[in-house]
Design a protein around this ligand. Sequence first.
Ligand SMILES: C=C1C[C@]23C[C@@]1(O)CC[C@H]2[C@@]12CCC[C@@](C)(C(=O)O1)[C@H]2[C@@H]3C(=O)O
Ligand SMILES: O=C(O)CCC(=O)C(=O)O
Ligand SMILES: [Fe+2]
Length: 350
Amino acid sequence: MSSTLSDAFRGKRLNLQHKLLDFTSLKELPDLYTWTEPDEYPAGQSLASESVPVIDLDGPTAVNVNLIGHACKTWGVFQVINHGIPTALLHNAMCTSRSLFTLPNEQKLKVARSPDAFEGYGFARISSFFSKLMWYEGFTNVGSPLDHFCQLWPQDYNMHCNVVEEYKKEMKKLAERLMCLILRSLGTTREDIKWAGLNGDFKDHPSPLNFNYYPACPDPDRAMGLAAHTDSSLFTILCQNSVSGLQVLREGTGWVTVPPVSDALVVNVGDMLHILSNGLYPSVLHRAVATRKNRLSIAYFYGLPSDLQISPLENLVGPSQPPLYRSISWSEYLRMKAKHFNKALSFVRV
Ligand SMILES: C=C1C[C@]23C[C@@]1(O)CC[C@H]2[C@@]12CCC[C@@](C)(C(=O)O1)[C@H]2[C@@H]3C(=O)O
Ligand SMILES: O=C(O)CCC(=O)C(=O)O
Ligand SMILES: [Fe+2]
C-alpha cells in the first residue's frame, strides 16, 4: 500500500485504549456495547418482488451488462453466482478468517492496528464516529500478509498466506471483469479510459481486504455489528458465511437483508463509482446487524491507483448534464472519509 493511502488514517485515533472483550464469555451486553444511536431508517418489508438481484456471470454477456447496470442504478448492490472463484478457495479463506478471530486475544493483539496504521487487527475503523462500540472485530490486510501472519500463526503462517494471496489474486480478476461490465453498462470501455492502462489492464490497484467478525451476541437487538456506512471503493466484493446480517438501505423501503446465497458473492457500489458515474450509480448505505450466531465476512475493496485523479466519465457529462463532482484521487477521498465519514461525498460535490 502506498504511503499516501495509509496517510489517510494518520492521526485518526481509534478507541484502541478500550480493553478487548472476551466476547465468548459474555451473557449480557456491556453498557459500552449497548447501541443507542437512533435508527433513522425503517426496517424493510421483505416483499418477494423486492430482493437484491442475483446475477449469473455465466450467462450471455449482453444480458449481464444490462442487469448489472440496472442493479447498480436501482439497488447499489447485487449478488453474483458462477463468478469463477473456486468454492474451495472461498471456504479456505473463511477458515483462515475463523482461525484468526478464534486465536486468544493476546495473540491477536500482537498485530493490533496502531492508531496511525492502516493494517492490522482492531475495532471497527468507524468506531471513532460513535460513542458506543460495535459488536465487531476486524483485520485489515493490504500488501503481503506475511509479517502479520508470522506473528499470528508462528507454525502455520505459510498455509494462511497462500490462501490469502490466492484469494486476492482471484478477487482482482473478478473485480477487473466486473469493472469492464460496469463501464460497458455506462456506455464506455476500459480502452477509452486512460487510467485503465494501455493494454486495458488496470494497473497498481491497491485493494484492501477486510476480515470482519461478528461474534454471537447475547442481545442482538440492542447491539450493532457494523454501523451504516458507504464504502469508499469503486465497488466492494463481499463473501459472507451462512449467517445473515448484511442489510442495504433501499429508498422507499428501508433496510433490506442481503440473504446469504451459497457460493454467491455480494457486490456493492462504493463512493468512487458514484463519482465516476456522475451519481448514476449511487453508493449504497449498508450495515451489518448483530446476530445470535457467529458471523464472518471478507470484504475486498476494489480501489484506484492512490494518486490518480478521477472525475465523472466524459460520456456522461455535457451541456445538459454538468459534472456533479469535482476530480479527486482515492487517497484524498479516503482522507475526507476518515474525517467526515458518511458526509464525505457531499464535500466533493461541485
Ligand atoms: C481502504 C479502506 C476502505 C475502508 C477503510 C479501508 O482502509 C479498509 C477498511 C474500509 C472500511 C470498512 C468499514 C467501513 C469504512 C467506511 C471504514 O471505515 O473502513 C470502510 C473504509 C472505506 O470504504 O472508506
Ligand atoms: O459484514 C458485512 O456484511 C459488511 C461488511 C462491510 O460493510 C465492510 O467491510 O465494509
Ligand atoms: Fe462496507
